[in-house]
Design a protein around this ligand. Sequence first.
Ligand code: ZN
Length: 198
Amino acid sequence: MELYSGDINKLIDELAALPGIGSKSAQRLAFHLVNMPAEKVQRLADMMTTARQNVKHCKICYTLTDREVCPVCANEKRNHKLIMVVESTRDLAAYEKTGKYEGVYHVLHGAISPMLGIGPGDIKLKELVERLKGDVEEVIIATNSTLEGETTAMYISKLIKPTGVKVTRIASGVPVGGDLEYIDEVTLLRALEGRTEL
Ligand code: ZN
């Protein structure tokens, strides 16, 4: 038996498919949306479409941006020989918030996870190796300290070592299982300063 009208059910299904939204939240949001003024719903829908169309990967570091080259890569004052490898644009934002990191980034868009069937070819590793053909002095691996993050760090270090570029890993001051995004700035800076060579 269908409890709600077909359209409400479809909306609930779409919302429930989003990360972090359970069926209860999906129902609450769906009812909220159908009760909102039509023009507000339109604005929200337009913004989603616009963001989806305009946001792309920076052609250098692959972070999400609406420009060809993101503001960090475009900044000549940054040290372009120092590349910090992070799992996501949100991790990049966490380090940018500290305002103390002078280098540039490389965003992998994920981590290697044999459990989830995510292999090295599924994240931006080829692109990282390609960047190392340029003038690079150090690669700082700042993947999360989860099993996936550590696996990825090990893989990257093995990949880069033969090229002669210095590879470091941020200190384990970052709690195990911790998402970089939720760690305070002081801890992030300490992890960065205490990085060790792999
Ligand atoms: Zn960039």
